[in-house]
Design a protein around this ligand. Structure first.
Ligand code: ADP
Ligand code: MG
Length: 706
């Protein structure tokens, strides 16, 4: 029954079915049942007339009809009635159906009245209320919630307005039985988690009789949705692990040990050690590693990646075969170059050949890099997308490190898999955009996750301040003080595609103003934006890196990774226009040295409530994971970066921003069940596998889940 096309439903027919498909994506009865109310009109209690106090709120009254009167003529003809209870009387008005209502409403009778309060001549009235005579059945019915369904104008014109859809749902729900709407969860889970059964839940979510019933139904359906998804993700992860053989890096050899004992300039943090251990376990397991390392800006991901690369260099394809190579890929030229330089510096004095490759490496230099990679002489290469190109061949690539995951698409990642003809190389993805745990579990459900959730010791937390135009002079004074101490300053402007022209103008105006307030030759200012050529960018960046300039005016092109430890002030203009994770990324450009660093958020006077919360949150915490949670709450999961890659955030009832607790339970439960019964073949689990397959089928039809 559930797979039946919606056109076969009584009261729908081909024409409306067509609209339902196009407007709401409802193809089958199953889809209709999961087209859930987005709110409910609360009719669970009766109000008194004196309770009517807010325009726009809905009220349910019960009283005696006092007067029914037609007033006016023609287009302004209306029916006015009065209902009265022991606390007062309320006017009711209708502009349509006047003569029919005049005939049916009976003065002196008791009615249940439901409507939304309007105010007229500083008195409340109820326009077009629903009217029911008071009798036992109606009173009982009145004590309920009325579901309100999403619909569209076109559908409403064809009779499928909120009431029309409500009618269809009612008919459908009345036909449901355990036989045609079976339980999907094993009984022990339903009992163990005190869930309501599936049939009661779908009833309770459409036509709840109490808040309690609604809550329990919602909870059950959310759990089911998240649980089935987690089962799927974990199953596919298990399958992948079972089939995707990988190189075994069993040895910790000279390179790693020499680096660890002679070169590493600091003690690793506990978190770095833990993640390195996780990586080592992966590399030795005989399966391809697919690990995502999340770590706040400055948490020290690079050195962890480098040590993983050294393990790669320490191992060979076979006892006589070539040693493994490693590559690191970054999303921008600037960042790739910084990684290259940083790694070269860390490895100074060690016999490791490190190269650089990007689109801008041309001619003889390029040929040389390519040759040395193919012959295996070059052991590590750092670069941009250029590394993916077909003509980049390795002698024996063992490990790929990808920095800043969200800028690379899934296919790009996959292209690297074929760079070694024997087996796919190990993949280590690093991101400095902490993703809330709940989201990560879903988005990257088939990757292994590590978190470097601790900063190296001795870092002074960046102090973040909120300032407006008022304080501009003081902010400039402060910048001058810091510059006088030998520090450097970033000033960042928003650059958003849709408003690019205006943003560009703002950036240039800001640059000119700064040039006046910070005059040469005492002050030197760099400028950096996306419209500049790579070489120009590089030049400006280098001037700042070498402290030849004290101020860097830039757009978010500097967001990713740039490392200038001497910079201690980050001024963000129009800070309210940035998202939280972006603000946090920008702030991460300072606080990299020993000095106290500052982030100044400049905004207009007026802020939206979301904007205000973002700014306040920034001022309160430096913890990227906390910020990510707030971001998820404010923006909803649909807008989190990286989501586009997965296309699987289409939930019919679950809400990742709110349902973290349920998701964690769902994931843990799925994990435990699969541990004991990976194929879900136990009799109590057969229905689960069936539900997952159903889920998959729908997903394919709708393209909901990749
Ligand atoms: P990110 O995680 O943002 O990529 P980096 O790897 O660039 O961070 O590290 C930031 C800075 O911290 C670098 O200068 C690095 O040398 C330093 N660093 C990394 N780990 C430690 C540590 N355990 N102790 C002290 N400094 C460290
Ligand atoms: Mg980094």
């Amino acid at each position: 029954m559930l797979d039946t096309g919606i056109e076969y439903l009584k009261g729908v027919g081909p024409q409306r079915a067509d609209l339902l498909k196009r407007e709401l994506g409802i193809f089958t009865i199953h889809d209709m049942l999961f087209h859930l109310p987005f709110r409910y009109i609360d009719k669970t209690k009766f109000h008194k007339v004196k309770d009517v106090a807010n325009e726009g709120d809905s009220y349910q009254l019960r009283g005696v009809l006092r007067r029914v009167e037609v007033i006016g003529e023609g287009r302004i003809k209306r029916l006015v009635a009065t209902i009265r209870d022991e606390t007062g009387s309320m006017e009711l008005v209708w502009f349509q159906g006047v003569s029919w209502l005049e005939r049916t409403l009976v003065v002196g009778k008791e009615y249940i009245v439901f409507g939304r309060a309007a105010s007229f001549n500083s008195k409340f009235n109820l326009p077009h209320p629903e009217m029911e005579e008071v009798n036992e059945e109606n009173v009982q019915k009145a004590v309920s919630f009325d579901p309100v369904y999403p619909t569209t104008e076109k559908l409403s014109q064809k009779g499928l307005d909120v009431r029309g859809i409500r009618r269809i749902q009612k008919t459908l729900i009345d036909q449901l039985r355990p036989s045609n709407f079976p339980e999907t969860l094993p009984d022990y889970l339903v009992e163990g988690f005190k869930l309501v059964d599936r049939l009661s839940a779908i009833r309770g979510v459409h036509f709840p009789e109490s808040q309690k019933e609604l809550d329990a139904s919602v909870r059950r359906l959310k759990f089911e949705e998240l649980f089935l998804l987690q089962l799927r993700l974990l199953q596919s992860k298990n399958t992948r692990k079972a089939v995707s053989k990988g190189f075994v890096f069993e040895k910790i050899g000279t390179y790693f040990n020499q680096f660890y004992s002679d070169k590493l300039p600091f003690e690793l943090t506990g978190a770095q050690k833990r993640v390195l251990k996780e990586i080592r376990a992966d590399l030795g397991a005989g399966r391809q590693m697919n690990r995502l390392v999340q770590g706040d800006v400055g948490s020290g991901k690079t050195v962890v990646a480098l040590m993983a690369m050294l393990i790669s260099l320490d191992n060979r394809l076979s006892s006589e075969g070539p040693a493994f190579q490693a590559c690191m890929m970054a999303p921008t030229e600037i960042l790739a170059r910084q990684h290259f330089e940083g790694i070269t510096r860390l490895l100074e004095g060690m016999e490791v050949e490190v190269g650089f490759l990007s689109g801008s490496v041309k001619g003889k230099k390029r040929t040389e890099v390519l040759e040395r990679l193919a012959s295996g002489k070059m052991q590590i290469v750092v670069g941009t997308h250029a590394l993916i190109e077909d003509w980049v061949q390795f002698q024996n690539l063992g490990l790929v490190v990808i920095d800043e995951q969200h800028r690379f698409g899934v296919e790009q990642r996959a292209a690297l898999w074929h760079k070694n003809p024997h087996l796919p190389p190990h993949i280590l993805v690093m991101t400095a955009t902490p993703i809330p745990r709940t989201l990560a579990m879903t988005l990257y459900g088939d990757l292994d996750l590590s978190a470097i959730d601790e900063l190296p010791p001795g870092r002074k937390p960046i102090s973040t301040l909120h300032k407006t135009e008022h304080h501009r002079l003081r902010v400039q004074g402060f910048m001058k003080e810091e510059i006088a101490k030998g520090r450097q300053v970033y000033v960042v402007y928003p650059m958003i595609e849709e408003t690019e022209k205006v943003d560009m103008a703002n950036l240039m105006a800001g640059y000119e103003a700064l040039s006046k307030d910070f005059p040469a030759p005492e002050y030197q200012i760099s400028i950096l934006h996306g419209k500049m050529k790579a070489a120009e960018k590089e030049y400006e960046m280098q001037r700042f890196v070498k402290s030849e300039t004290q101020i860097m005016v830039a757009t978010t092109v500097i967001e990713v990774g740039v490392n200038v430890p001497n910079a201690s002030v980050m001024v963000i203009e129009n800070a309210e226009r940035f998202g939280l994770s972006q603000l946090h990324q920008l702030r991460g450009r300072v606080g990299r040295g020993a000095e106290q660093s500052y982030c100044v958020l400049m905004t207009g006077f007026k802020l939206s409530s979301d904007g205000r919360e973002r700014i306040q949150t920034m001022c309160q915490t430096n913890d990227g994971f906390v910020l990510a949670e707030v971001d998820l709450k404010l923006r909803g999961p649909g807008n989190i970066e990286g989501k586009q890659q997965s296309g699987m955030l289409h939930f019919y009832i679950a809400d990742l921003a709110r349902d973290g607790q349920i998701l964690t339970t769902a994931r843990d439960t799925a994990f435990r069940i699969l541990e004991n019964d990976p194929g879900l073949v136990a009799p109590e689990h057969v229905r689960l596998q069936k539900a997952i397959n159903q889920h998959k089928k729908e997903a394919q039809i709708w393209g909901r889940i990749s």
